[in-house]
Design a protein around this ligand. Structure first.
Ligand code: MRU
Length: 347
C-alpha cells in the first residue's frame, strides 16, 4: 500500500505536490497557491504522469478561483479562462490535462451558480471529483486486470504508472500490485525509461513500497529478456488513446510493443477512460511533446555528449493499435477491433 500522496489539497487553500524530480533520493513536498507556478510544476515535471497532470490542473483551477481578486461572477469566469489558457500550455500530449480543465470550466460556467463564493466552491468540488474519479478508476483497473495475470507472471513495465503518476493506486503498475495483493507471485522487469529514468527512479521506489519483487533493466534489454528469460505480459500506461486505439505513451513504448509482437508476448495498454480521446481518428493526430536536448546530452549537472552535439528528444511515441493486445480500463478490458469497441465503451 502506498503511504504517500503525490497530490494533496490542503484545507488552508494550498496544493501540495511531491517533487518527483528529487525521488528516490529525497521525499520533498512543494506547496502552491499560484496557478502559474502549478503550470510550471507540470511543465518541469515536479508532477508527471497523465492522470496526475489532470488532477493537478484541476487543483490549479481551484487556486485560480480561490485567489482571484474578482468581485463578480463574470470577472471570476474571465480569470478562470485565463488560468485555463496558462495551464493547458504546460504540456501537449496527455489528454487528461485538457479533459480536467474542460470539466472544471464547464462546472464554473453553470448559470445556476449565483455568486463568486458559489463558483469557488463548485470549482474546488470539481477538482476533488476529478481526483476521486481517477482513484476509483485505478482501483477498478486493478480488479479488471486480475484474470489476465497468471500466477508466477514475469511482467515488463515501462515508465512510471504508479500512485505518483495517477494520484492513488496506479494504472499499469496497479496491474502488478493488484496481482501481488491478490496473492499471485509476480516479478517485474522495470524499464529504466530513458532519458528521465521514471522507471529506475520512481517505479523501482514505488515497487519497494508495495513489496513487489523486481529488477531494473535498460530499455534496450527488453527484447533480450523476452527471448532469453521469457515474459508473460507487458503493461504500459497511456497519455492519449485515439479513437482507433493508437496509443501515445512514453518514448520507448512502441519499441517494446514491436518486441512483444515478435515474441508473442501479450501487450496491454492500461489507463482510465479520461485518457481516451474520441475526437482524434488516429494516433497521427496526437501532438508529441519535444523536450529539451539537454535531457539527453546531460545527466543532471554532468555533460555526457560532446558540447554542442545535436540531440532530438521526443518525449512520447505512438504505438499503432495493431500491436496492442487489449486496453484495460476501469470500465472493462477492450479487445480489437478497437475502433468499434472503444466507440461502444465511450458511448
Ligand atoms: O513524461 P511523463 O513522465 O509524464 O510520462 C508518463 C507516461 O508516459 C506514463 O506512462 C503515462 O502518463 C501514464 S501514467 C499512468
Amino acid at each position: 500500500m502506498n503511504t504517500y500522496h503525490a497530490i494533496e489539497w490542503l484545507a488552508e487553500g494550498k496544493l501540495r505536490l511531491i517533487d518527483q524530480r528529487r525521488l528516490p533520493q529525497e521525499l520533498v513536498y512543494c506547496d502552491y497557491t499560484d496557478y502559474h507556478e502549478v503550470a510550471l510544476a507540470i511543465r518541469d515535471m515536479v508532477v508527471r504522469g497523465a492522470p496526475a497532470i489532470g488532477i493537478t490542473a484541476g487543483y490549479g483551477m481551484a487556486l485560480a478561483a480561490l485567489y482571484s481578486p474578482a468581485t463578480d461572477v463574470e470577472a471570476l469566469r474571465a480569470d478562470l479562462c485565463a488560468a485555463d489558457a496558462v495551464l493547458r500550455a504546460a504540456r501537449p500530449t496527455a489528454v487528461n490535462l485538457f479533459w480536467a480543465l474542460e470539466r472544471v470550466l464547464r462546472r464554473a460556467a453553470d448559470p445556476t451558480l449565483p455568486t463568486v463564493a458559489a463558483i469557488r466552491e463548485a470549482v474546488l468540488a470539481e477538482a476533488h471529483a476529478i481526483y476521486a474519479f481517477e482513484a476509483e478508476s485505478n482501483f477498478r483497473i486493478g480488479q479488471n486486470a486480475l484474470p489476465l495475470v497468471p500466477d508466477g507472471a514475469k511482467i515488463i513495465h515501462h515508465c512510471n504508472t504508479g500512485p505518483l503518476a495517477t494520484g492513488e493506486y496506479g494504472t499499469a503498475l496497479r496491474v502488478i500490485t493488484a496481482a501481488h495483493e491478490a496473492g499471485k507471485r509476480v516479478f517485474a522487469y522495470v524499464d529504466e525509461t530513458r532519458p528521465r529514468l521514471q522507471g529506475a527512479r520512481l517505479t523501482a521506489w514505488e515497487l519497494q513500497q508495495w513489496g513487489v519483487p523486481f529488477t531494473i533493466i535498460v530499455d534496450g534489454a527488453a527484447a533480450h529478456i523476452m527471448r532469453t528469460v521469457g515474459i508473460d505480459l507487458c503493461v504500459v500506461g497511456c497519455d492519449r488513446i485515439a479513437a482507433n486505439g493508437d496509443t501515445a505513451n512514453k518514448i520507448g513504448t512502441y519499441s517494446l510493443a514491436l518486441a512483444a509482437k515478435a515474441h508473442n508476448v501479450p501487450f496491454y495498454v492500461v489507463g482510465p477512460t479520461s485518457t481516451i480521446d474520441m475526437t482524434l481518428a488516429s494516433g497521427d493526430d496526437i501532438v508529441i511533446e519535444q523536450r529539451p536536448a539537454e535531457e539527453i546530452t546531460r545527466f543532471e549537472a554532468c555533460q555526457i555528449a560532446p558540447a554542442d552535439a545535436s540531440a532530438t528528444n521526443p518525449a512520447f511515441d505512438v504505438t499503432p493499435a495493431a500491436y496492442i493486445t487489449a486496453i484495460i480500463t476501469e470500465r472493462g478490458v477492450i479487445y480489437p477491433p478497437f475502433k468499434e469497441n472503444l466507440a461502444r465503451l465511450m458511448a
